[in-house]
Design a protein. Structure first.
Lengths: 313, 266
């Protein structure tokens, strides 16, 4: 049984239970919009990009704008040809933050090779396959200090840049959980029954389709998504389906949005870590957002996570 | 005196059999959540031999239990003494080296960190096994002639078992339906097919197999196509033998009609 249309599921479920079908989109507040494209030309005040649809767009760079390309840079120093994700104001016309060629490398370590530059093979879950990444020598120190068990079977999460075909890991995205990937702690007992809102950390991943707005959620039935690694989480999460609407609130910026679940978050569920973006969050990744949703909720891609609260939208 | 000496055999046999069953059940439920790595002997050995260690332990217990039950051979009785003495040592070691690990005596029920009670229990069991060395008949005879000493031994063991509280807690604080794994899709589908709303709509369905099925919170949804092209969606509650079933007929989006709500409860 496939899932023909996730929107259809929402309409059908709402009709059967007699409730309102949630609508994707952000809530109150000055809306942020994420824009993505390849840089055609960039100057200190203007950026011209080619969007994935092939159209050319000109955006104004705000005077306070900052950029990231392996490190903090001035926007005008970004190389032409790189792929940027931007956080924009005013209907996507004014850019205030740019991330060029950013990528996130999340998975279970399969093998580590090399002496100076390390080449690491990651298992990114049943849907995402395997990925070989490179940790350049200058970044090994910062990454290893947050990955105490740098050996096969343990989790890995880093942020880096794409360089041609290769992915370079530059910054650790979390403190590595101390247990092996297959030994996720069980959720705490549900003393208070089911909570209508669950707190934890929300992260991002770049394996979604371009410009997709959605989330990967760990607690989906294995038989529904054909994913043997689902249903694992160290937080007491309720079961939802691909197509369910998740209301995600960024506790740091107080923005919220309705985000549809579009994938099985089987890797995210194995991380029982905290986010210390604005405060210390409870343990457990409750949602893995697509870069667009993450940016529009006010998250910083380089930080890798924000403290979040989810409810059913 | 003979009564006293043999009286602890039933308790030992029952505990050993329970231990075997619980360990095998834990291994069979697949320790993929990593429960194995936090259980007694398995916590002390490398990951790849965790399962064999638990299974060897379980088989050993079963052999000793059978021996105690049917024979009077001193070999089995000494094996019991050695086994429980070894358990005491293993528990002390687990407590010292992995204070977070459970004893695993009864599989995944024993996930609470090893405490003094668990250690006291294995010591009492060792003592019982030593007493039984001089028992005259095989274990099954004592089962036939129970005495107060048997009951006393059982009470002492119950008091020393942290698993009992764990089980009571699990029953009291059971995960709500929304967080529990649900029954298999086929089971839910069978429950739907024995419900009233299904009988009402069955005639109009194009096929009796759903084209889509998904679970959200405590409901499982089945979407069917009707002969006239509209969708019939059933929502089946996942808890209870005769669950509530709701149904709605939704016209296709193309013709601009609003969803037609016809909620029915079983």
């Amino acid at each position: 049984m496939g899932y023909p249309s996730v929107e259809r599921r929402r309409v059908l479920a709402a009709a059967a239970l007699g409730r309102e079908a949630g609508v994707p989109g952000s809530g109150e507040g000055d809306p942020l919009r994420a824009v993505m494209g390849d840089i055609l030309d960039i100057s200190p005040h203007l950026i011209i990009i080619e969007t994935p649809e092939g159209t050319e767009e000109r955006l104004v760079i705000a005077p306070w704008a900052t950029a990231w390309h392996g490190g903090d840079k001035a926007p005008s120093d970004l190389p032409v040809g790189s792929t940027v994700i931007m956080r924009t104001l005013r209907d996507g016309r004014v850019v205030e933050r740019l991330w060029a060629d950013i990528t996130r490398l999340t998975g279970t370590i399969l093998s580590v090779e090399g002496r100076k530059d390390l080449s690491v093979q990651l298992d990114c879950g049943p849907h995402r396959g395997r990925r070989t990444i490179v940790i350049p020598y200058r970044a090994t120190g910062r990454i290893m200090v947050r990955h105490a068990r740098f050996e096969p079977g343990f989790l890995f999460d880093a942020i880096g840049i794409r360089k041609g075909e290769a992915s370079l890991a530059l910054l650790p995205a979390t403190s590595q959980p101390a247990y092996p990937a297959r030994a996720v702690p069980a959720p705490p007992p549900a003393y208070g029954g089911l909570q209508s809102r669950v707190s934890g950390t929300a992260t991002w991943s770049d394996v979604f389709d371009e410009e997709d707005r959605g989330a990967a959620y760990p607690m989906v039935e294995r038989s529904d998504v054909d994913c043997p690694d689902a249903e694992v989480s160290c937080t007491g999460l309720p079961y939802l389906a691909i197509g369910s609407m998740l209301q995600v609130r960024n506790s740091c910026t107080d923005r919220s949005a309705n985000v549809p679940i579009v994938a099985c978050g089987c890797v995210a569920g194995r991380f029982c870590d905290r986010c210390v973006e604005c405060d210390t969050s409870p343990r457990g990744r409750i949602a893995e957002l697509s870069p667009f949703s993450y940016v529009e909720l006010g998250g910083d891609l380089v930080k890798g996570c924000f403290n979040a609260q989810i409810g059913l939208g | 005196m003979t009564l006293v000496l043999a009286s602890q055999l039933p308790a030992l046999i029952v505990l050993l059999v329970l231990g075997t069953v619980a360990k095998v059940a834990t291994v069979r439920s697949g320790g993929e959540m990593g429960t194995l790595a936090r259980l007694g002997p398995a916590a002390l050995v490398p990951a790849r031999i965790e399962v064999p260690v638990l299974l060897v332990c379980a088989v050993g217990e079963l052999v000793i239990a059978t021996g105690l039950l049917v024979s009077t051979s001193p070999i089995f009785r000494w094996m019991a003494v050695v086994f429980f003495a070894m358990c005491t040592y293993v528990l002390l070691e687990v407590r010292r080296r992995r204070p977070d690990a459970g004893c695993g005596c009864f599989g995944e029920v024993s996930t609470a960190p090893v405490g003094l009670r668990s250690i006291a229990r294995t010591m009492v069991l060792t003592g019982m096994a030593v007493l039984s060395l001089w028992a005259e008949g095989p274990g099954w005879q004592v089962f036939l002639q129970p005495s107060w000493f048997v009951a006393a031994g059982v009470v002492v063991l119950l008091v020393l078992s942290p698993e009992l509280e764990e089980m009571v807690d699990r029953l009291r604080y059971r995960a709500p339906c929304e967080q529990r794994p649900g029954p298999a899709v086929e089971v839910t589908l069978a429950r739907l097919r024995s419900s009233g709303p299904w009988r009402q709509h069955r005639e109009q369905l194009a096929t009796v197999e759903p084209y889509d099925s998904w679970r959200e919170l405590c409901w499982r949804f089945f979407a069917f196509e009707r002969r006239d092209g509209a969708d019939v969606v059933f929502a089946v509650y996942l808890s209870g033998r005769r669950p509530a079933v709701r149904v709605a007929v939704v016209e296709h989006e193309g013709n601009g009609a609003l969803p037609v709500y016809t909620p029915v409860s079983a």
